[in-house]
Design a protein around this ligand. Structure first.
Ligand SMILES: Cc1ncc(COP(=O)(O)O)c(C=O)c1O
Length: 483
């Protein structure tokens, strides 16, 4: 008996209907363009229409249970999302995406090339090579350098430390595991993902040697020899030193040249977590902050922080490209014929991801639309804005500036009366600011004190906005005090 041909169900046909896609896509682009216009107008509205987690869950549960048009669904997501293009967005270090990169994102989402193997992303793999080569050149790495892209700074730091362990230690831990306790040396101000990476690698608490920072929140390099000797005396084998370019909480750049001297002298891998600030190499004005980065063995750079790209889009760069193949030495015969060959175009040989987003397309769109100079312009502008914000704070009697910023991260607090519990006051101010939704800022505890923390990420933020923010903080602070 002949089998009946299997017919494509209408339900699936509908999923891929080009006319619906065209109509909704245009509508969505119009909605987002209207949003951009509104964000650049004199009346941008709130940066955040705050809901408590219970309210948000309740809203979406009711939404799920009822029928909505696609337009209404997008509008609801829009209403429930923070607006990073709002000039009053001065919160976490998330980029304010260049619209061209978002278009590239939609484009690459539909193409959905998995990228891990060459033919599943010929364009995106080749573009990754061009982009990482470009950044390597800006860093000042030699021609031996190479790199690839991966999903975020957290993953990139772990990937780098795995390569470091393989490169420095004689035993092949990938194959045989390790008995000897291992360690890395980091600044106590490093991002928590370094600590997390070390623990994932089995280093444990004692394998993460945290070196204190000075009053500018930079690692005290004069302590490095002492900490290394102590580790050795305790039987630890240190294989890497991690520098911050820059640190998350205060935007402080570690003295990278001194760290490179120390690493070289002691045959240690020198890794720079430059997720936020290593892109400063594109800026003529501020590139000196990262002097010494060219001596690192590996560098992480997040395009989705200071380089105008939507998340996630990160590059991991190696001074010697051969080292980048040391992270994994695994058999995956169904993916690659030559397991051990160093083939840059098979992205997945060097990344955690098997399937990976076409992230290079977004960066490339920015580069072609605006030129690489746009990256330097963004650093110059945002770092400059942070400096003027800091000066404004310094001129106020009732505010304390923690530190003159090196990057675009400004920490300060309202202190109308030093007899008050300023930690509690500033914590309440930040909570109220978020709930009111006119500004978005965060807070951080440094040296035992709570500070309000602003990352100036949006080029449309200006000095008038800083003044208005300080006013609102004062108003809220005074209301809290009087109540
Ligand atoms: C210095 C630093 N490293 C790493 C990370 C983590 O990067 P990602 O959020 O891309 O995983 C951050 C995030 O803020 C950071 O500031």
């Amino acid at each position: 008996m002949k089998n009946k041909p299997l017919l494509l169900p209408d339900s699936l046909k509908k999923v891929y209907d080009p006319a619906t896609f065209r109509r909704l896509g245009h509508q969505m682009v119009n909605q987002l363009a209207d949003h951009l216009e509104a964000m650049q107008s004199d009346t941008p509205g709130k940066v955040l229409a705050y809901q408590t987690p219970d309210e948000a869950l309740d809203f979406w549960e009711q939404h799920l249970a009822s029928d909505h048009s696609m337009e209404a669904i997008f509008s609801a997501v829009f209403a429930g999302s923070i607006k990073v293009h709002h000039p009053n967005y001065v919160g976490h270090q998330v980029s304010v995406p260049a619209p061209i990169a978002s278009i590239a994102g939609m484009f690459s989402d539909l193409l959905n090339n998995g990228t891990g193997v060459y033919e599943m992303g010929m364009a995106s793999n080749a573009l990754e090579k061009l982009i990482t080569d470009l950044v390597n050149k800006e860093i000042g790495f030699p021609d031996t350098a190479g790199g690839f892209m991966t999903s975020g700074g957290t993953l990139a730091n772990l990937t780098a430390l795995l390569a470091a362990r393989r490169a420095i230690l004689s035993q092949d831990i990938w194959e045989i595991g390790h008995d000897q306790p291992l360690a890395i040396i980091v600044s106590e101000a490093s991002h928590y993902c370094i600590d997390r990476a070390a623990r994932i690698m089995g280093l444990g608490t004692r394998g993460i040697i945290k070196v204190p920072v000075d009053e500018a929140f930079k690692i005290k390099t004069d302590l490095l020899p002492k900490y290394l000797e102590k580790a050795k005396a305790e039987g630890l084998e240190v294989f890497a030193v991690v520098g911050c370019a820059c640190s998350t909480a205060t935007g402080s750049y570690d003295p990278l040249s001194e760290m490179a001297d120390f690493s070289e002298a002691n045959n240690l891998w020198f890794h720079v977590d430059g997720a936020h600030g290593s892109g400063v190499v594109f800026s003529k004005k501020y590139q000196h902050l990262a002097n010494g980065i060219e001596r690192a063995d590996s560098v992480v750079i997040d395009f989705h922080k200071m380089l105008l790209t939507p998340a996630l889009s990160t590059a991991l760069l190696f001074k010697n490209e051969l080292d980048s193949y040391k992270t994994f030495s695994q058999q995956a015969a169904y993916l690659w014929n030559a397991e051990k060959a160093q083939e840059w175009y098979h992205s997945g040989k060097r990344t955690f991801e098997c399937t990976k987003l076409m992230m290079s397309t977004k960066v490339y769109a920015i580069l072609k639309a605006h030129g690489k100079e746009i990256f330097g312009d963004n650093y110059d502008h945002l770092y400059g804005l942070a400096r003027s914000f800091a000066k404004l704070i310094e001129r106020q009697d009732d505010f304390e500036l923690l530190l003159t910023p090196e990057a675009n991260i400004v920490n300060f607090r309202y202190e109308p009366d030093t007899r008050l519990d300023l930690n509690l006051l500033n914590e309440k101010i930040q909570n109220t600011l978020v709930e009111q939704g006119n500004f978005y800022i965060v807070s951080v505890v440094l040296s035992g004190n709570r500070y309000l923390r602003c990352s100036v990420m949006n080029p449309f933020t200006d000095e008038k906005i800083f003044a208005a923010l300080l006013n609102e903080i004062k108003e809220i602070g005074d209301q809290i005090r009087s109540s």
